[in-house]
Design a protein around this ligand. Structure first.
Ligand code: NDP
Length: 298
């Protein structure tokens, strides 16, 4: 068997296009564009790249992008004051504070200060709680993107065995909640799990969100499993190269011979994250204006 490649890049491009169309309709109805505010504190190079690509993608989707770049030594009071201003600004539908924050800033306090109705990253405890009890709120972008790829591929997930490796608040836990809501039988594995290969072997769906290059081996997988690889890991550079290759948490080449479908790295889950961020921002905008976005629109 050769696994089908789940083309997250193509799926994300279509989603962004649909978001762009609904964003144009929103602008006509509301008399303003939907707006996303992104706050970057300091000069972390990876964060700068993410913020730049979010800015470009937001504009391309017919939305307003408000960038706030603050120096690394910004005080928590000043950052909280900016968040309060954005909460009160009717032109801002979504607020994203790029993580990680410099060490002297308390991430939980800053995220907790964002209005839950503008928390398009879905990291606020109110949104985590809404997800846990099955109320509608904002769901973190990466796991929601994984879920879209899974339902597109498999349709109804009822009764399927799903194993999520990783239990972070931004990927593993919300991923497990979403799978549970879709009636899968869910196991969450982590660094203390005993005999991880045996746990993974019973899974129809494997979601790997660990951060360890190619940790999940082909022999761990059940024949025909669907594999979603969230991990982004850079290997050490080959001799003569200045950068190493990007790989996921799954041994992609090996898994291709066993799985029925698998997301590549790069080009799988990664592109979904920004697309879902735009989708969440548009949903926020429709809600903020009391406008109706058709249930199955995005
Ligand atoms: P975290 O470091 O917060 O969590 C990693 C999880 O993996 C933890 O729950 C940890 O267990 C578990 N783990 C670590 N080692 C093992 C092991 N040997 N066996 C089993 N479980 C293990 O990472 P994130 O959730 O933030 O991210 C995970 C990966 O996804 C990273 O590679 C990250 O770069 C990538 N990522 C990709 C995104 C995208 O857009 N594609 C977005 C976000 C993340 P424990 O809790 O016991 O420590």
């Amino acid at each position: 068997m050769t696994a089908q490649v789940i083309d997250g890049k193509a799926f994300a491009a279509k989603l962004r296009e649909r978001v762009g169309e609904f964003a144009a309709t929103f602008a006509e109805k509301a008399g303003r564009k939907a707006g996303l505010a992104v706050v970057l504190v300091g000069e972390d190079p990876a964060s700068q790249v993410y913020v730049r690509s979010k800015h470009k993608a937001t504009l391309a989707a017919n939305m307003e992008s408000f960038e706030h770049r603050l120096p690394a030594d910004t005080s928590e009071d000043d950052l909280l004051a900016l968040v309060a201003r954005l909460n009160a600004d009717p032109a801002v539908d979504g607020i994203l504070v790029q993580l990680p924050l410099p060490d002297h800033l308390d991430e939980q306090a800053v995220i907790g200060a964002i209005s839950p109705d503008k928390d398009v990253d879905g990291f606020h405890v109110t949104n985590a709680g809404r997800l846990a009890v099955g109320q509608s709120g904002f769901v973190p972008c990466t796991p929601l993107g994984c879920m879209m790829l899974l339902t597109d591929r498999l349709g109804d997930l009822s009764g399927l065995e799903a194993v999520v490796i990783g239990r972070s608040n931004i990927v593993g836990k919300p991923m497990a909640q979403l799978l549970l809501d879709a009636n899968a039988t869910v196991t969450i594995a982590h660094s203390r799990t005993k005999d991880l290969p045996a746990v993974v072997r019973r899974a129809d769906i494997v979601v790997a969100a660990v951060g360890r290059a190619e940790m999940v081996k082909a022999e761990w997988l059940k024949d025909g499993a669907t594999v979603i690889d969230v991990g982004i890991n850079r290997l050490p550079p080959e001799p003569g190269a200045d950068k190493g290759r990007l790989v996921g948490d799954v041994d992609y080449a090996g898994a291709q011979a066993v799985a029925s479908a698998i997301t590549p790295v790069p080009g799988g889950v990664g592109p979904m994250t920004i697309a879902v961020l735009l989708r969440n921002t548009l949903v926020a905008a429709y809600r903020n204006e009391g406008l109706n976005l058709p249930e199955d629109a995005l």
